[in-house]
Design a protein around this ligand. Structure first.
Ligand code: TRP
Length: 339
């Protein structure tokens, strides 16, 4: 049987090169392998669980994320790109699954727990936010996805989904739902550090390079990158460890021999930071220039982009509705089919 992929992003901002390395690049590869039926979802309802009073942010980010997808090479003729809120079956599935999960179990989810802490919600956490792993189980199972390419932080969501699948199939004695497995980035490649040296690249830390950044913005950001603070004069020996510029070169440079030579020279002394940064800028541009170009073209034609999302949502709707009807039949709430 052909494998099915479902993956998603919350539209709370534009995507950055950390997303590209951690996930987008991999999705394009999987899409092009031809081994998967691929569904890529913009999780606007999940984004609303902590932005209910700021829907404009979600509306604006929705189109930015769609542009980022198309720009990196997600191809609507190979992958179904769709919008979560346009798939009513997901909500109904969520309602049935809510009854299979205890409040205590929800509160134990480590990812949600740390998010609640970060956002300072305490006991005022929106119920929808606490329950979003259940809605995420609906996202995954509606498409009978067996493969979910995500970052390491999503493992608890997959565990929760598998529990729901097992619980559903046992309770209603029908193998309707499929247990998903996560597909994680290779060790050490999951997370790109921020420009300031912070372990995480993120919008809130203001330390990200966006896929939508212009060549000029890229230049400014690379020149401001954190390096070795003790490397003051060109002739001083420099340190590679914790030097973000070299971390990025490890990830993005195709000529790793050249990177190794630069590292040797940097350690030894006599190689200035600006020189290494100019090389990094060149390397990043090799990846980002075609993305920037494609993004610019789609941005001129948003009508087409919305049409892609609409067509994708219609297609996704059919698949999700089919699963929902099997779920209804398994629970026995399909009264009028029988009478
Ligand atoms: N929680 C995911 C994130 O924050 C987004 C998401 C929503 C998702 N539904 C999903 C990921 C289903 C994988 C599968 O990035």
């Amino acid at each position: 049987m052909q494998h099915t992929i479902l993956t998603a992003d919350r539209p709370t901002g534009k995507l950055h090169i950390g997303h590209y390395i951690g996930s987008l690049k991999n999705r394009v590869r999987l899409q092009n392998s031809g081994e998967y039926r691929t569904f890529i979802m913009i999780a606007d309802m999940q984004a609303l669980t902590d932005n209910a009073r700021n829907p404009e942010k979600i509306q604006n980010s929705l189109i930015e994320v769609a542009l980022d997808y198309l720009a990196v090479g997600i191809d609507p003729s190979k992958s179904t790109i769709f919008v979560q809120s346009q798939i009513p079956a997901l909500n109904e599935l969520t309602m049935y699954y809510l009854d299979l999960v205890s409040l205590a179990r929800l509160k134990r989810n480590p990812t949600v727990k740390s998010e609640i802490q970060q956002k300072g919600f305490g006991e005022s956490v929106p119920a929808g936010f606490l329950a979003y792993p259940i809605s995420q189980a609906a996202d995954i199972t509606a498409f009978k996805a067996d493969t979910v390419p995500v970052g390491d932080d999503q493992e608890p969501m997959l565990e929760q989904t598998r529990e729901i699948v097992r619980s559903f199939n046992t309770t209603y004695q029908k193998d309707v739902l499929v247990e998903p497995a996560g597909l994680f980035p290779p060790k050490g490649q999951g997370r790109l550090p921020g420009l300031d040296g912070n372990a995480k690249m993120s919008k809130s830390l203001n330390n990200a390079i966006y896929l939508s950044d212009s060549a000029d913005e890229l230049h400014q950001k690379v020149m401001k990158m954190y390096t070795d603070p003790k490397h003051i004069h060109v002739e001083d020996p420099g340190q590679i460890e914790g030097n973000i510029v070299f971390d990025y070169l490890d990830v993005f440079a195709t000529d790793q021999k050249q990177v190794a030579a630069l590292k040797t020279q940097y350690r030894h002394g006599g190689l200035g930071d600006v020189k290494v940064k100019c090389y990094l800028e060149e390397v990043l541009n090799a990846t980002l220039a075609p993305i920037r170009q494609r993004r610019g073209e789609y941005a001129k034609d948003l009508g087409t982009v919305y049409q892609i999302l609409k067509t994708g949502s219609q297609k996704a709707n059919e698949v999700a509705a089919q699963t929902l009807s099997e779920v209804r039949a398994a629970i026995g709430v399909n009264y009028f089919d029988k009478h």
